[in-house]
Design a protein around this ligand. Structure first.
Ligand code: NAP
Length: 211
């Protein structure tokens, strides 16, 4: 499966590096390829393209851009290039205002970012994942407490199954928390995850669901 990762930040680089490590033909997309030149040289055989080239290339697409810019990035990627494809949505709707008492501000808590994206890009198959762990633990996390749990959701069962397969390869257990609307619960896990970081500089934990 070919993977197109939209983004040039820590998350895009971590996930693209994971896909390359696990043998996937991977392209990373940005508005400015110079941002990825050093990373691409160190992560051969990574490909770098524009947002639209990357979305067209991927049979699965990963959205790893600033939350408030995610609709613009997907418009640049092109709805037709996303149609019918699983889109792993790692974004969070973080507002520009700084955290207060360690708590991030979200742009909107009445509806999730992923629901809005799913509505605008109706033919893409969004699956929320990787939004509630730091980029350093996204791929093959080594934690004293064992395998962590990734909470995912999305409307398309086949897309979630594919993402679950990737998560297994990347060293995660998957908890499927139902449809896109459940992103209202999964996105704020990012706020919870970040509080120990902002208050105590602890950034290496991950969540685990015990049954
Ligand atoms: N950092 C983490 O550990 C972490 C963990 C979990 C989830 N997340 C979420 O993952 C996402 C990516 O986080 P990040 O820290 O890697 O990077 P980031 O700094 O949040 O975002 C950088 C990316 O956003 C794109 N971008 C910014 N403004 C844009 C605009 N106006 N139009 C189009 N694209 C724009 C940039 O595109 P160009 O490449 O073209 O500059 C770049 O690829 C965020 O939504 C974040 O909340 C982050």
């Amino acid at each position: 499966m070919k993977i197109g990762v939209l983004g040039s930040g820590d998350v895009a680089k971590a996930l693209a590096g994971g896909f390359i490590k696990h043998g996937y033909d991977t392209m990373v997309g940005t508005r400015d390829s110079a941002k990825l030149a050093k990373w691409a040289a160190q992560n051969r055989p990574a490909r770098v393209g524009s947002f639209s080239e990357t979305a067209a290339f991927g049979e699965m697409v990963v959205l790893a851009v600033k939350g408030t810019a995610s609709a613009d990035a997907l418009r640049a990627a092109g709805a037709a290039n996303l149609a019918g494809k699983p889109v792993i949505d790692a974004t969070n709707p973080i507002a520009d205002a700084p955290p207060s008492n360690g708590v991030l501000n979200f742009t909107n808590l009445d509806e999730s970012l992923m629901e809005r994206l799913q509505r605008e890009f109706a033919d893409a198959k969004f699956v929320k994942a990787f939004n509630s762990v730091g980029s350093g633990r996204m791929v093959d996390p080594q934690l004293a407490g064992g395998k962590p749990t990734m909470f995912i959701c999305g409307n398309d069962e086949a897309a979630k199954k594919k993402v679950g397969g990737i998560l297994s390869q990347f060293g995660w257990e998957t908890a499927d928390i139902s449809k896109a609307k459940s992103a209202r619960a999964i996105e704020p896990l990012c706020m919870l995850w970040c509080i120990p970081g902002f208050l105590r500089n602890e950034w290496t934990h991950a969540f685990k669901l015990l049954k």
